[in-house]
Design a protein around this ligand. Structure first.
Ligand SMILES: Cc1ncc(COP(=O)(O)O)c(C=O)c1O
Length: 551
């Protein structure tokens, strides 16, 4: 009897030992987003199989099966657009052509502006000048003297207008000049910067780095060091720089083994955090509130009209607060990556805006006053890079250019100006102002009868398309023809600086509608009743399989 009991106890224990890890794995896979953004390894495998091919001159215009008369309209529109852009921006385009063979980044960005099937034809006929010679107010000027309204926002750095940053840099340089580029020792303004950053972040300590990517690396490294746990949790689609561990999918030749990518705004992810013992930190990019679980909406992946976005402040606030609770219960370090949204949503950043206190916060971009920077703020216990009781067990992180006097000078001016009544006034009714502008543009687009509308998180916007279409990515060129400058991700992200006046915005809105109207008239949004986003995707898949297997 007792032998049987013993045997069954052993069997039960063995079962538990195998069943529990299996159950945890199941929980983990249930917390992954079903799309490829949630399955990094699968995404990499798919990407590795994707064949490169491009459309010929005919297919370029009728890839959605458009009839002859529509194709003729498209051709005429395309030729006119090509002629306009090539003649109006001839010098900028010539400089870009000259630089391209030797400038790797330029080769990459100019190839990935539009879906790859269309890219060679677009590069040849709709070249984009990558050079600008001057900027002021909310506009910039290319080598041909042509002005553009700046909707690029310099990757988010430009929050307060380019002139503001010119002043930060000039004034900051004057401040740093007596010392010059002496590194290692600190310029006295560092003391003020640290104090201000402590007040803004509500955290004890600060470390300075050279880029946002480095700040995130350091925050995660410290979280691992202090928790003695291996894994970092990030959420589907979120960008945290180009360091290996935060980019487990496409784009990274060496996928990390210590990163979990989970669904954002989902109870299943909280469940994983509650149960697993190997999680050091959770990294959140609040920009994802605009498009939870989706990657940065670039036009190179705009193969149909299924791009979705929409910001729900209440729901995202609840999500961050739930995350906060679970992280506190489980001793997991909550890192808010405010490199993009910090200072854009509120003077106290996303923490203030969403009412959540993180254990560590990363800042960058605009904080450098126009110069490159990354910053980590954190609780004292997490920021310490050594252990008194184990002097050789250190968490090393130093960089030659950290706390560079000129960067610290520009940051000093930025932080001081952030406290002035003029800058504070920009935050009064900030969301109301930008939401009203987005509504206004949407009303105009609806009135014009074009299948386009915008969604926004305050001054960060994205363009959405309301009827199935294969050519939405072309809108970026029609917008360019209207004097609106977008970054290389095209209509996926428009970033406004807060110095846009109502009159400036009126100009942008008029030009935006004119661009959409022109594209509509040129027939690019024609579609037959049978076309759906699903059908487009299916068609592309068939095309790829045929290419892949040489059918
Ligand atoms: C949220 C977030 N984290 C990190 C980074 C990386 O910053 P950097 O480009 O300065 O390395 C970015 C850059 O866009 C970002 O948006």
């Amino acid at each position: 009897m007792s032998q049987t009991f013993l045997l069954s106890s052993v069997a039960l224990a063995a079962l538990a030992a195998t069943a529990l890890p299996a159950w945890r794995r199941l929980e983990l896979s249930r917390a992954k987003h079903p799309s490829l953004t949630g399955h990094s390894r699968m995404a990499k495998r798919v990407a590795a199989q994707l064949p490169g091919y491009s459309y010929d001159d005919q297919r370029f215009f009728d890839s959605d099966g458009a009839p002859g008369d529509v194709v003729a309209r498209r051709r005429a529109g395309f030729e006119a657009l090509s002629h306009l852009l090539r003649t109006r921006h001839a010098l900028s385009i010539a400089a870009t052509r000259e630089a391209r063979p030797a400038l790797s980044d330029l080769q990459f960005t100019s190839s990935y502006r539009v879906p790859f099937q269309y890219s060679p034809h677009v590069r040849e006929h709709l070249p984009v000048g990558a050079f600008v010679r001057a900027a002021s107010g909310v506009t910039m000027q290319d080598l041909d003297g042509q002005d553009f309204y700046d909707l690029t926002g310099s990757y988010g750095v430009n929050l307060l207008g380019v002139d503001f940053y010119k002043e930060c840099i000039a004034e900051g340089s004057r401040l740093a000049e007596p010392l010059g580029p002496v590194l290692g020792a600190y310029h006295p303004c560092v003391l003020e910067n640290v104090q201000r950053l402590r007040a803004i972040s509500g955290l004890d300590e600060v470390s300075f780095h050279m880029s946002g990517t480095e700040a995130v690396m350091q925050a995660v490294r410290l979280a691992r060091y202090h928790t003695r746990r291996s894994h970092l949790v990030r959420f589907s689609g979120a960008y945290h720089g180009w360091w290996e561990d935060v980019q487990p999918g496409v784009g990274n030749p060496l996928p990390p083994h210590e990163t979990y990518t989970l669904r954002e705004m989902d109870e299943r992810s909280l469940q994983v955090l509650r149960k697993r013992k190997d999680i050091a930190c959770v990294l959140v990019n609040p920009l994802q509130a605009l498009h939870p679980n989706a990657g940065a909406p670039g036009d190179s992946s705009l193969v149909d009209s299924s791009r979705r976005a929409g910001f729900d402040r209440v729901a995202y606030t609840e999500w961050l607060q739930a995350l906060r609770r679970v992280c506190s219960e489980r001793g997991i370090v909550l890192i808010l990556d405010e490199i993009f949204v910090g200072f854009r949503l509120a003077p106290g950043g996303a923490q203030e805006y969403f009412g959540v206190q993180a254990d560590m916060v990363t800042y960058g971009k605009t904080l450098g006053g126009g110069l490159p920077v990354g910053v980590v703020c954190g609780r004292a216990a997490l920021m310490k890079r050594y252990r008194e009781e184990r002097p050789a067990d250190i968490c090393f992180a130093r960089g030659t250019f950290n706390a560079h006097p000129y960067v610290m000078g520009a940051m000093n001016v930025f932080l001081k100006r952030m406290e002035t009544p003029q800058v504070r006034a920009l935050y009064d009714d900030l969301d109301e102002r930008w939401n009203a502008r987005a509504r206004d543009l949407n009303d105009r687009l609806a009135l014009a009868g074009v299948p386009v509308h915008v969604a926004n998180l305050s001054s960060i916007w994205t363009v959405l398309y309301t009827s199935p279409a294969r050519y939405n990515w072309l809108l970026q060129y029609y917008l360019r023809a209207q004097g609106l400058a977008l970054s290389w991700v095209g209509s996926g992200r428009l970033i406004f600086s807060l110095n846009y006046s109502d009159a400036d915005f009126e100009q942008v809105a008029q030009r935006f509608v004119a661009a959409a109207r022109a594209m509509h008239q040129d027939g690019w949004w024609w579609h037959d009743a049978a076309l759906t986003n699903k059908a487009i995707k299916r068609g592309i898949l068939r095309e790829m399989l045929a290419q892949r297997f040489g059918l």
